[in-house]
Design a protein around this ligand. Structure first.
Ligand code: EPZ
Length: 417
């Protein structure tokens, strides 16, 4: 079992170049199945989840190579249409491959993604939407079996702006005759990045970033080149790490416009933040203050993925901050571990009440999920004494070289296998 040994208290200072966005590259890797040739994906982070997605593409018969931060996928050799349970278990969000596999193979087979650390990961919106486009879906032995029927464009009203369901519909709709309209689509920047990629494949698709996306079929291009957008959640995580250590940080290759609600919260807590295209600078306030209630919402509201990193910061802020987690059922699992470090947090259902304490104490803690794990690292950086943070398989999913990058900013952190 791998762990970080962190001696807290060093103010972070320095500059980081933000990696490509995990939650953009994953659906784009699925979309490479629609390209009748090579897809060259630049700024592709080297993460556990990206390696899982590449394993799926290889399992399907695609040829995948990586040259530094460029991944090249040749989907012409695709020969299978199933995702084995072992690969589904590795990454719950593999369901986003469903639409793309159906488009290429006319059928798809995968085990139910089941639940994960954040609670059940239902896919009802994915399946009901695919059915509306003409896909017949049956379930047997814990597997989902899809067959493309007479695929016709349709108007799909999403009861919730699900990111994954929006992505699956965008991909599946490229094989439908006629127009598909997604109403109440997710508006995340990663959806816009996927739209840009699909437009390069010849799809007539527009509206991403707004609540209505229209797709009018596709001509599968013979080759696509794309550079993945910056990871706004990685950026937010390092901003919180600099803030809790009363340090400063310059982020490069970042899209500040994707972080407006996060920057607003950090400024309210007493940090100084300056933004310009491609660059964000934060200097921590001498004394961190509690902020008005944080409600996680679909984009452009406050991102659920930044709830736990910001909560770690607020654990040391003067006053009381309330968090309301509206997106996932079970996204406070990091709280128990923060309590072990001396935090004062009360959880009542989807509400967490954080009463700031003057100091956190180093402790041995265990990661429970990707962003909850990042929160524990942030708390350890801002704690007095030494912490051991175990189960790094969680943060390895979404943060490339986290310890190296923190050390480059002056953190006393070691990775022990
Ligand atoms: C994406 O997950 C991200 N993952 C998540 O990031 C992110 O937290 C989430 O969007 C919200 O922004 C990737 O992009 C790979 P949803 P996704 O479908 O697509 C319910 C991270 O830390 N729902 O918008 O699964 C669902 O249970 C990860 O990087 C249904 O009920 O999110 C959840 O409560 C974690 N039925 C809510 O909607 C469905 O069919 C949001 O889910 C689908 C979703």
């Amino acid at each position: 079992m791998s762990k970080y040994v962190i001696a807290g208290g060093n103010p972070l200072s320095g500059s980081l170049r933000v990696h490509g966005a995990k939650n953009s590259v994953l659906p784009i890797l699925a979309a490479t199945l629609l390209v009748n040739g090579e897809s060259v994906i630049h700024n592709c982070p080297d993460l556990k989840d990206v390696r899982s997605a590449i394993k799926i593409l290889s399992h399907l018969g695609c040829r995948v190579t990586r040259e530094n931060d460029t991944v090249i996928v040749d989907a012409r050799t695709m020969s299978r249409f199933d995702i084995p349970e072992s690969l589904m278990r590795e990454m719950r969000s593999s369901v986003m491959f469903l639409g793309a596999i159906i488009v290429r193979a006319g059928k798809a087979r995968m085990s139910f993604p089941g639940g994960c650390e954040l609670g059940p990961r239902p896919i009802d919106l994915h399946l009901s939407s695919l059915k509306k486009l003409g896909v017949s879906i049956s379930e047997e032995g814990g597997e989902i079996i899809c067959e493309a029927g007479d695929m016709k464009g349709a108007e799909i009203n999403l009861s919730f702006p699900s990111v994954g369901a929006t992505e699956n519909i965008m991909l599946a709709a490229t094989m439908c005759s006629g127009r598909t309209r997604i109403i109440n689509a997710a508006r995340e920047p990663e959806i816009e990045d996927l739209e840009k990629f699909l437009q390069k494949t010849g799809s007539k698709i527009h509206g991403a970033g707004g609540s209505v996306i229209e797709i009018e079929g596709a001509a599968f291009a013979s080759g696509v080149e794309h550079t993945v957008m910056p990871d706004r959640i990685e950026a937010a995580t390092y901003l919180c790490a600099a803030a809790i250590t009363h340090g400063e940080i310059e982020l490069l290759s970042v899209a500040p416009e994707h972080l407006s609600t996060v920057v607003a919260a950090l400024e309210e807590s007493g940090c100084f933040v300056s933004a310009e295209p491609g660059r964000l600078y934060l200097r921590s306030g001498n004394e961190l203050k509690a902020i008005r209630p944080v409600r996680t919402m679909p984009y452009p509201g406050f991102p659920t993925d930044v709830q736990s990193p910001l909560m770690a910061l607020m654990a040391k802020a003067k006053g009381t901050t309330i968090f309301i987690e509206n997106i996932f059922e079970n996204r406070f699992r990091h709280v128990c571990e923060l309590l072990r470090m001396g935090a004062n947090i009360r959880v009542e259902g989807k509400i967490a009440v954080i009463t700031g304490v003057p100091k956190l104490s180093g402790a041995s803690v265990k990661m429970t999920d990707l962003r909850g794990g990042a929160a524990l690292v942030i708390a350890a950086l801002g704690a007095d004494g030494v912490s051991e943070v175990c189960e790094l398989s969680h943060t390895d999913r979404g943060y490339e070289k986290m310890d190296e990058r923190l050390r480059s900013l002056g953190a006393d952190i070691k990775r022990v296998e």
